[in-house]
Design a protein around this ligand. Sequence first.
Ligand code: FPP
Length: 240
Amino acid sequence: MSGRAEAAAVPRHVAIIMDGNGRWAKQRLRPRLFGHRAGAESLRAVLRACRDRGVEYLTVYAFSTENWVRPEDEVSGLMSLLRTFLKKDEHELHENQVRLRVTGRIQDLPEAVRAELERVMAATKTYAKGHLILALSYGGRAEIVDAVRALAAEVQAGKLAPAAIDEAAIAAHLYLPDVPDPDLMIRTSGELRLSNFLLWQLSYAEFYFTETLWPDFREADFAKALDEYARRQRRFGAPS
Ligand code: FPP
C-alpha cells in the first residue's frame, strides 16, 4: 500500500452526532441527565480512541441551536455537565497535548460556562497533537448565515467585490476556517439525519450510522466505524 493510501485509511477528522442519551436513560427508568452523564463517559472513551488510532480531529455535537427549547433543568444540567467535563478532563488534554476549541455561537452560553471554556481553550491553544472541537449552540445554517453576513459587511465596506465571493471565500468565513473538513461523520441511535450539523463541511464526508445509543458507544464501536471507513473508497466526485 502506498503512503498516501495508508494515510487515507484512517480519517484525519471524525465528526459525531452523539444521539440517544435520552432513550438510553428512559430504558433504565432514569432521568435524561443520567443518559447525558453516561454520554460524557462515551466521549472520554472516544477521545482516547482517537489518540490511540491516530485521528487528529474530533468534533462532537454537544448542543445544537435547537436544543435551547429543551426543559430548563435539562439545559442547565447539560451546562453543568460541560463544566464538570472541563474541570475533570483538562489534565488529559494537557497530558495528550489536545487543543480544545468550540464551534458555534459561544456568546449564547451562560457566562460561567463560557468563562471556563475560554480558560481551557487558552490553556491548550498551543497544542497540536489532537484537536477536540465542541459544537455548542451550533447550527450549520446559522454558521453559513454568520459567514454570509461577514462577507456582506466586507462588500459594503468596499473591501470585497461580489464576484470575488467563491467557495474558498465562504469557507474562510466559517467559525473554524483552519480545521480540515471531516472525513467521517458518525451518528448513533439509528436516526438517519444530519440535523443541521456541519452542513458545509460534510459535503464529501463518509457517513456511518449505527443503532447503538451514544452512552453504549465505546472503543469497540468506534473501531468498527473506522474499519468501515477504511473499506470505503473515497472519490470526491471523480469517476471510479
Ligand atoms: C442527544 O441525545 C444528545 C445531546 C443533545 C447532548 C450530548 C451531550 C453529551 C453526550 C454530554 C457530554 C458532552 C460534553 C461536552 C461533556 P438526546 O438527548 O437527543 O437523546 P434522545 O434522542 O434519545 O432523546
